[in-house]
Design a protein around this ligand. Structure first.
Ligand code: IVH
Length: 677
């Protein structure tokens, strides 16, 4: 490359990196993946090494992050917050190891050849510094530009995993003088999915990933919003403790745990590089089953005195690196755009993709959410797109590669008529909705599947294929028809023989005594999920008073707002629904309300399984508390289980729970559920 070419390329890279860094750090809305950013960053670094005099005075390589956003007070970190070099290749990790060993070898041969490392998950969240004075949280800040961060203390105080006071169970030095703790604020995947769903429904722009969502939540000017986003916080470093010293990273984690922080219990001491590589490979396999996003492994030299010896470069330490996982983004083609009609009549555009392997999972469909999202991304049939998978989130089209667009493509518009039943489609909020209600086969299908689902009426064996046949043959036109089915009806269905008919009949019979809240949920009333259903069941105790409840009356219940109240009242006021309810009752379907014990029983009726580690409570304590809250505690995950509390290290049980669609929560959420905090 000539000098002139290098100069032009450096200018181009610097300007793009500035732009992307701004989008990432200030706007929380990046448009490129971390891997793309890293690649550009490295290219710039290497050009600047070749042509040092061409390095711009404000080169992005000189900075760790971006300047703080206006609106927050700026605060200086106790020490600069460094970044980690990102490595993508095993060979780079070997080079790191070689550099470390070389750096530690003295002329006298004082240091051992083998260096131990601690390997731990690299959280994909937002770096935070917390400062404690005499054990009390006095300040919390974001990374900012590494020297100065934004003072977001008030927001951080709303995160339950951020101790407001260091627990006396930890090292005593925590109670005196200053202690600075660093860690990562992050949004659990379940929370992220729920938040994006709400944003999309409100026609707002969803967050690209949990990290941006966490950053958006922490950098709110209103702490109330931060609080509502339910972030978690994991601590990994003690920077500046006046009265405590820790010799190794694991000792630091142990101390942090004692002070009341969540720490990553998967952190592992590795005797050498091979063990580190194995840890990386293992963790990558488990990545999808973790309740939050991680994007690689942090590798740290296992002795703090050696870390000090190795020191740091301007933006990153020499004693630690991040060995990243391959990105979960791939490029593929949109073969078609299909319109699906859901239980509530919502039309969802779905991209049918040329199947592509995205870090181990074949992806052939990606949701496009609604017309607004489609317009925003302008996805067309024939386009080449980037698709992303984040944890359990449904694959999504991130962006269209516009320069690869073939000629003659057209914008995609959702149809004005329902693709299933041909009825008119209406725009309701952000969505296009089929107006035909349960006369639309797609809606009826979704409605009945939902009703029969495990968490609802739990009619075993009544899955999608059977429901489809029942509808096609005109045997089922509403929920009540299910209870009129006879063995003769079923014998006409494909795949039904004597035994399966008998099973289905008894499954239907067995569903006639549902718990009231599950019954309410099963009805598929708009805005009534399991939580609202429980509130209604607790408040009214039976179906009859609920039928006549007015909007005012409904709104008296804490947790029920005008929108929900309106939906509930409309549902029960509808003559058609009343008729179905009457017929259900006549067929013998009688919901039963839970008998409440004297105290509050927030987990009444739940069958709970604990798996993985707990950080706040011991296992027996957690089990006792679950039982006191009305739950039954089980040891294995099976069909009866309704809730799984998973902690670090959870494995096969967590997987089983995911497969069965059983809700999974973490310890913090469990503590909230039992109302302890
Ligand atoms: S230790 C010199 N441990 O990722 C910084 N950092 O991209 C060493 N991060 O700056 C920090 N998970 O903010 C450490 N388990 C972990 C981490 C972690 C995420 C953050 C940290 C770091 C950034 C680098």
């Amino acid at each position: 490359m000539t000098r002139a070419e290098a100069k032009a390329r450096i200018a181009e890279l610097a300007s793009e990196l500035h732009e992307h860094s701004h989008r990432y750090h200030v706007l929380d809305r990046p448009t490129i993946s971390d891997a793309q950013y890293d690649r550009m960053f490295k290219e710039l670094q290497s050009l600047e090494e070749q042509f040092p005099d061409l390095k711009p005075a404000d080169s992005p390589t000189l900075r760790v992050g971006a300047a703080p956003r206006a609106g927050f007070r700026k605060v200086r970190h106790v020490r600069p917050m460094l970044s980690l070099d990102s490595l993508m290749e095993e060979s780079e990790v070997r080079e790191f190891d070689a550099r470390v060993r070389k750096g530690l070898r003295s002329d006298e041969g004082l240091f051992a050849e083998a260096v131990g490392y601690v390997a731990e998950p690299k959280f994909d969240g937002l770096s935070i510094e917390l400062v404690y004075e005499d054990g009390v949280l006095v300040r919390g800040s974001t990374r900012g530009d590494g020297e100065m961060g934004e003072d977001v203390t008030e927001n951080l105080r709303t995160i339950r995993a951020v101790p407001l006071r260091l627990s006396a169970n930890g090292p005593k030095g925590g109670q005196r003088g200053r202690v600075a703790v660093r860690g990562e604020a992050l949004m659990p995947l379940a929370e992220f999915e729920a938040l994006n769903k709400r944003l999309i429904e409100a026609s707002d722009e969803p967050f690209a990933n949990p990290r941006n969502a966490a950053a958006g939540a922490v950098r709110q000017l209103d702490p109330g919003i931060t609080a509502s986003r339910r972030l978690d916080f994991f601590a990994y470093e003690v920077m500046d403790a006046e009265h405590e010293r820790f010799a190794t990273p694991l000792a630091t984690l142990e101390a942090l745990r004692g002070w009341g922080f969540h720490v990553e219990s998967r952190a592992k001491l590795c005797a050498g590089l091979d063990e580190v590589l194995e840890f990386h490979a293992r963790l990558m396999e488990k990545r999808d089953r973790l309740p939050y996003e991680i994007d690689g492994v942090v590798i740290k030299v296992d002795r703090v005195d050696w870390q000090d010896l190795l020191g740091a470069r301007s933006r990153s330490p020499r004693w630690a690196v991040a060995y990243k996982f391959p990105p979960r983004i791939e490029v593929t083609k949109v073969l078609d755009i299909i319109v699906q009609v859901g239980r509530t009549g919502k039309l969802t555009p779905v991209a049918a993709l040329q199947p592509v392997d995205v870090s181990g999972v074949t992806v052939s469909r990606a949701t496009l959410h609604n017309q607004d999202e489609l317009d925003r991304k302008d996805v067309r049939i024939g386009d080449t797109v980037r698709v992303r998978r984040a944890g359990d989130v449904i694959p999504e089209v991130v962006e269209v590669l516009k320069d690869k667009r073939p000629r003659g493509t057209e914008r995609f518009e959702l149809p004005g008529k329902c693709p299933v039943c041909g009825a008119a489609v209406e725009k309701v909020g952000a969505y296009h909705v089929c107006t035909n209600g349960l006369s639309c086969r797609a809606q009826l299908q979704g409605h009945i599947e939902h009703f029969a689902w495990r968490g609802a009426m739990d009619i075993r064996g009544l899955g999608g294929r059977t429901v489809h046949q029942l509808i096609e043959q005109g045997l089922v036109k509403d929920l009540a028809d299910l209870y009129q089915l006879t063995p003769i009806d079923l014998s006409g269905l494909e795949g039904f023989a004597e035994k399966s008919i008998e099973n289905m009949m008894s499954a239907i019979e067995a569903s006639k005594r549902p718990r009231l809240d599950r019954f309410l949920w099963a009805l598929g009333i708009e805005h009534v999920g399991d939580t609202v259903a429980r509130l209604l069941a607790d408040h009214y105790g039976a179906l009859e008073p609920l039928l006549e409840a007015t909007e005012d009356n409904l709104q008296q219940i804490k947790g029920i707002g005008p929108e929900v109240a309106d939906a509930v009242r409309r549902f029960f006021a509808s003559p058609r629904n009343r008729k179905v309810l009457d017929r259900l009752a006549k067929a013998g379907v009688k919901p039963v309300a839970e008998k409440r014990a004297a105290g509050p029983q927030p987990l009444a009726g739940e069958v709970v399984v604990f798996t993985g580690g707990l950080e706040v409570m011991s296992r027996p304590e957690a089990q006792r508390k679950a039982e006191a809250a009305g739950a039954q505690v089980a040891s294995g995950v099976g069909k009866k289980v309704t809730l799984v509390v998973a902690g670090p290290g959870a494995g096969s049980k967590l997987e089983a729970a995911r497969k069965l669609g059983i809700p999974v929560i973490d310890e913090a959420a469990f503590i909230r559920r039992i109302g302890e905090r």
